[in-house]
Design a protein around this ligand. Structure first.
Ligand SMILES: [Zn+2]
Ligand SMILES: [Zn+2]
Length: 384
């Protein structure tokens, strides 16, 4: 117990007893208050837990004759109700030593306000009750190609840490209660002397919680935390791409002590489609065509994603691999408009020919015998 705790905290007031109270009265006052603020009687109530810590801390000091004497002496020397100015040097003309005590002088420097503010946190400022934003949670889901284009609502099972359901987060075995940490006296932090002034760090004994458990809850081994899972529906927007991370605000881990929930990030995997592919906001499809269709031109039917087939006019002399654009048949953009379907034509060479086809192709070869499609290539290669 440090002197500053003695200066800041009025243990008599905390227990509601006069400074002259006898040990028996202190005991009785503590028993009554402890019953009222007992964590078992106030499950999930952080204020009650904080209050329970305070009265137990007060009782620990005042019930010990030696500590009570030190406490009384410290307060009579510096005066009760002492408050540390944070951020600036304390001003104000005051009475004697004790009411005009300035820590800026004590530590001989300026700009120590932040450091001191860390050490001299008020009793409401202990780590365990500050509003804390919940953690961000990352998970993944796999969508069919169609759902990734149209958007889908998926059920996601999220596993996260929360209060143990057996001990309601106290960490103590049923019928027992956590005790105020003897090393930090419930503050959850300890001061360490570093280069002439104190630094505050989380108490290693209770890991900042301010409470220690003697009979641990068998379910959570005294941590008060347990893994639990929940299933939530999540809307994945239309047009999500494979590998994309979708942010769902406020669906991460719940906050503590009134803090906001974290965000949920869903990594989306998209199963490939047997017909369609994706290129940014466009869908792609490869359409087989015969040599004669490409050479002579044709009207062909092309499939679209979840829609009717469309007719595409292929002009005579179309080259293998040429791409045609069908507007409005692609992926939905953020503004609601649609990308295009990109149709790539791909010549299908017949594996088996009937006699008539073979003879027609042989005639075709004869008719085009003078045309060497490689003549230009070979000429340019020779000239280079
Ligand atoms: Zn437990
Ligand atoms: Zn501690």
């Amino acid at each position: 117990m440090s002197t500053k705790d003695y200066l800041e905290k009025d243990y008599y007031k905390t227990l509601g007893v006069p400074k002259t109270a006898k040990t028996a009265d202190i005991k009785k006052a503590y028993r009554d208050l402890a019953r009222k603020y007992h964590p078992d009687a106030n499950r999930g109530n952080a204020d009650a837990e904080e209050r329970f810590k305070e009265i137990t801390e007060a009782y620990n000091v005042l019930s010990d004759e030696k500590q009570r004497k030190e406490y009384d002496e410290a307060r009579s020397m510096f005066g009760g109700g002492f408050r540390v100015p944070t951020g600036s040097r304390g001003g104000g003309a005051g009475g004697g030593f004790g009411t005009n005590f300035d820590l800026g002088d004590l530590f001989g420097g300026e700009g120590l306000g932040d450091v001191l503010g860390g050490i001299f946190r008020g009793r409401g400022g202990t780590t365990s009750t500050r509003a804390r934003r919940g953690a961000d949670v990352e998970t993944e889901t796999t969508l069919s190609f169609g759902d990734s284009i149209d958007g889908a609502t998926v059920s996601l099972r999220l596993t996260g840490e929360g209060p143990c359901s057996v001990c309601h987060g106290t960490g103590a075995k049923a019928g027992t209660v956590p005790k105020v940490c003897p090393d930090c006296h419930g503050t959850g932090h300890q001061s360490r002397n570093a280069g002439g002034f104190g630094l505050s760090e989380p108490c290693p004994t209770c890991r900042g919680r301010g409470l220690v458990v003697e009979d641990p809850c068998p379910s959570c081994s005294g941590s008060g935390r347990a893994m639990s899972s929940r299933t939530i529906p999540v809307r994945i927007p239309a047009g999500v791409a494979d590998g994309q991370r979708v942010k769902i605000p406020g669906k991460g881990a719940p906050g503590e002590h009134g803090g906001k929930a974290g965000d949920l990030y869903v990594r989306v995997h998209v199963q490939p489609h047997s017909v369609f592919g994706r290129s940014g906001e466009n869908l792609t499809v490869t359409v087989p065509m015969t040599l004669s269709e490409l050479a002579l031109g044709a009207e062909i039917k092309v499939p679209t994603h979840r829609g009717a087939e469309v007719t595409l006019r292929i002009p005579p002399g179309t080259q293998n691999g040429q791409v045609f654009r069908v507007p409005g048949r692609g992926v939905r953009r953020k503004d609601g408009t649609l990308g295009a379907l990109l149709v790539t034509v791909n010549v299908a060479v017949p594996r088996d020919l009937n006699n008539k086809a073979r003879s027609a192709l042989e005639d075709f070869r004869m008719a085009t015998a003078g045309d060497d499609p490689r003549a230009d290539l070979l000429r340019r290669a020779r000239e280079s």
